[in-house]
Design a binder for this molecule. Structure first.
Ligand SMILES: [Cu+2]
Length: 391
């Protein structure tokens, strides 16, 4: 058991290091089995108490000595002691709550109103930190567009001229990337490449013609492993200019993500030991606070699944097989539409699925990585919601 654990750890570590900025790293510094053996038990493994009592305690030790992970020095120091105020890791320090107040809106992803100026649809966004309840009694410190997680939904028609004015009220720079939308390069939102970062207090105007039609997202592209993970994301739907002959009766967009909340402090959750998520949200809420999809029997339901965190979520729908009708915004021809009941949604991906509400009852839609259906280790929670089909 122990040997197997370390082997797995080593393999993961190797892959992890391969994906990091390890330029100039001495390969001898990559953790060896000896280094792996010299581990310490983590001080706190929140949410892991309830199901781990029977495990060999040696087996839950975490690898390795962090000094031996080239390319990760800048961030890892902070991980070692999360309560130290002098943390230097820019993405691993807790999100400051200084001057941050409770969100005034209760629900994210709501339609953003716009004004028309010379045929252009003009939207306004403000980035701001808020205290965002993901669950009754559980509040994260979030970076948001307009005070909600997810930010407000921008919904336009293909061919619309769209202008988005963003004012940055965060304590740090930011940019917006229009994920999947065919924007001109200068509007792509990559700091240092297509634009300068938008400094605190500054504004920036994005403008483009909305295309193609489909399910998209907008999100921060500045230190995105931090800013996206603490809430800077939102849905962007582009409808086809030709009205569909048979629109679904219900059309729901669900953004999936992860959080790390320890001791009341919010950290950017990362797929990395010591920064793992312990809360999981659909549209900014964890079960049982997730929304319920209420439909009448016989209605057709479209669910737009969008994973914006850093974990893959195999979403499983009880009782109601669905068809995958679009992938990353692009329609799937009818003859190629797979019928499934479980669908992997990887970070950045969008899938539009459709099903007929053929059987009345309460049907669960949930992630099948079952740790993702817990709230800080307590089940049920996280990535679950109910599809309530009435007569
Ligand atoms: Cu999951």
């Amino acid at each position: 058991m122990k040997q197997y654990f370390w082997l797995v750890s080593l393999v993961f570590l190797s892959f992890g290091l391969a994906g990091c900025d390890s330029a100039g790293a001495d390969s001898n510094q990559v953790a060896t089995p000896a280094a792996l053996a010299a581990t310490t038990t983590p001080n706190a493994m929140p949410g892991m108490e309830h199901n781990m009592n029977s495990m060999d305690s040696d087996a839950v030790r975490l690898p390795p000595t962090l000094e031996a992970m080239p390319g990760m020095e800048h961030d890892m120091e902070a991980t070692m002691n999360q309560s130290t105020p002098s943390m230097v890791g820019h993405n691993m320090a807790p999100i400051s709550t200084e001057g941050v107040s409770l969100a005034s809106d209760a629900q994210g992803g709501q339609l953003l109103p716009f004004r028309e100026e010379d045929g252009v649809k003009v939207f306004e966004l403000t980035t701001q930190a808020v205290l965002w309840p993901i669950l009754q009694g559980v509040t994260v410190t979030a970076y948001t567009y307009n005070g909600t997680v997810p930010g407000p939904m921008i919904r336009v028609t293909e061919g619309d001229r769209v202008r988005v004015i963003i004012k940055n009220e965060l304590p740090e720079p930011t940019t917006i990337h229009w994920h999947g939308i065919l924007v001109p390069n200068a509007m792509d939102g990559v700091p240092g490449v297509t634009q300068d970062p938008i400094q605190p207090g500054d504004s920036f105007t994005y403008e483009f013609t909305a295309a193609p039609s489909g399910t998209f997202m907008y999100h921060s592209h500045f230190e995105s492993d931090k800013q996206v993970m603490v809430g800077l994301y939102a849905p962007f739907i582009i409808d086809s200019p030709t009205a569909p002959t048979d629109p679904p009766d219900v059309d729901v967009t669900l953004m999936l993500s992860e959080w790390r909340l320890v001791g009341g402090q919010t950290f950017a959750a990362m797929p990395m030991t010591g920064m793992d998520p312990n809360y999981f949200t659909i549209n900014g809420k964890a079960f049982p606070e997730t929304e319920t999809i209420t439909v009448k029997r016989g209605q057709r339901v479209r669910v737009r699944l969008a994973a914006i965190g850093q974990a893959i979520h195999p979403m499983h729908l009880h009782g109601l097989p669905f068809k995958v009708v679009a992938t990353d915004g692009y329609p799937v021809p009818a003859a190629a539409q797979l019928t499934k009941d479980t669908l992997n949604v990887a970070p950045g991906e969008r899938y539009d699925i459709e099903f007929i509400a053929s059987e009345s009852g309460q049907w669960m839609l949930h992630c099948h990585i079952l740790h993702h259906t817990t709230n800080d280790g307590e089940e049920p929670g996280g990535l679950m919601l109910m599809v309530n089909i009435t007569e």
